[in-house]
Write a protein of this length. Structure first.
Length: 241
């Protein structure tokens, strides 16, 4: 049974269509990249899947259960966590307070203190700044905080929206190393990314979006070797060049 199965999903804003008939699956323990240029509909797709906007039509199955019309908080309790584009941390709260909010929807499930210690162990820089206002962190630290907050929900599937956005090349490498580590630990991940080389470099499979529709899909290796992908997204050079 797929962790996530999306069928013929359509959504948008007002009369503007953002995504038009997308079909996508993510297997248990798989890392799937959803790629495309700015404005292709990637973020709209994640918002429709995670309950931030209501789909116009189609179906979303989470571990075989229909969650198409569920609210975001209900989806968090069902095992889905969404790290939105731009991180969306609460800058006036401390690092620890932001992290603890990630466990809010769990109510009495598990020990938040133990999870907090685990997240701070994974992100050593955050432990050093646990009492610091989140708005004073660097961009890379804020991205780590946003991911750590999502991990506090104990997700079965993690949705990541443009985690490299606005980061230096060095920090991009650190973020993708973290994503690879999470995937190697068995966490199911759906990654939305504009950086096609980085996204496919850590993914098992990929989908390419253009103007709200899937135009290509395949294994990461197949997509990285496809001449159309090389020409359109990799500057005409293969990743090995």
């Amino acid at each position: 049974m797929p962790a996530l199965e999306v069928s013929d999903l359509r959504a948008g804003y007002g009369r503007i269509t953002g995504i038009d008939g997308i079909n996508l699956t993510v297997a248990q323990g798989e890392l799937v990249a959803l790629l495309g240029a700015n404005g292709a509909g990637k973020s709209t797709f994640l918002r429709a899947v995670s309950g931030m906007i209501r789909p116009w039509s189609g179906q979303v199955l989470l571990n075989g259960k229909d969650v198409t019309d569920r609210r975001s908080d209900q989806l968090v309790r069902a095992g889905m966590a969404h790290v939105p584009e731009g991180r969306r941390i609460l800058p006036s709260l401390t690092v620890e307070e932001n992290l603890r909010l990630g466990a809010f929807a769990r109510r009495r499930s598990g020990d938040p203190d133990a999870d907090l210690d685990g997240v701070l162990t994974r992100f050593g820089a955050l432990r050093e700044r646990s009492n610091q206002k989140a708005g004073t962190l660097s961009g890379g630290e804020q991205q780590m905080l946003a991911i750590g907050r999502a991990l506090m929900a104990r997700p079965k599937i993690l949705l990541l929206d443009e985690p490299s956005l606005g980061l230096s090349p060095l920090l991009v490498g650190e973020v993708f190393a973290l994503i690879r580590d999470l995937a190697s630990e068995g966490l199911t991940i759906l990654l939305v990314e504009q950086n096609v080389k980085q996204g496919l470099g850590c993914a098992d499979r990929g989908y390419l979006l253009s103007t709200g529709s899937v135009v290509m899909t395949g294994s990461a290796q197949e997509l990285l070797a496809d001449p159309a992908v090389i020409d359109s997204y990799l500057g005409g050079r293969s990743p090995e060049a």
